[in-house]
Design a protein around this ligand. Structure first.
Ligand code: MN
Length: 128
């Protein structure tokens, strides 16, 4: 079973994403800040991490850089989630080591297709 770690401090978004993933047969893990996300990623080695970029304390970009520097989590795909449709967000996310980027609010009809490309075994556009 594919395990996805959701790092998200907004409870409503967390529940929406969790329910969508569970509905489609994913196992889900939850963390509400960057430090907890890193700890859970190291302990449970998920197949995919969905990382909110705006988190209390350590932000999602910093958490992603930490994950990338740890051999245990370096290869786990990280997909950034952000409500800020700011120009340059995508570039900053990729620069920090994120594999991809999904803007919030989540489009529930497209969400599964959006993360599918980043799952192990699937084609990963942008990777060579
Ligand atoms: Mn947030």
């Amino acid at each position: 079973m594919t395990t996805t770690l959701i790092v998200e401090d907004n409870r409503r978004n967390m529940l929406l994403i969790r329910d969508l993933l569970r509905l489609h047969g994913f196992r889900t893990l939850e963390a509400s800040d960057g430090e907890e996300g890193i700890a859970r990623a190291k302990a449970e080695r998920p197949d995919l991490i969905l990382m909110d970029l705006q988190l209390p304390g350590m932000d999602g970009l910093t958490a992603t850089r930490v994950l990338r520097q740890d051999p245990v989590t370096a290869a786990v795909p990280v997909v950034a989630l952000t409500a800020h449709a700011m120009k340059g967000d995508r570039e900053r996310a990729l620069e920090a080591g994120c594999n991809g980027y999904i803007p919030k609010p989540i489009d529930t009809r497209r969400f599964l297709a959006q993360i599918q490309a980043f799952l192990p075994g699937a084609a990963r556009p942008g990777r060579s």
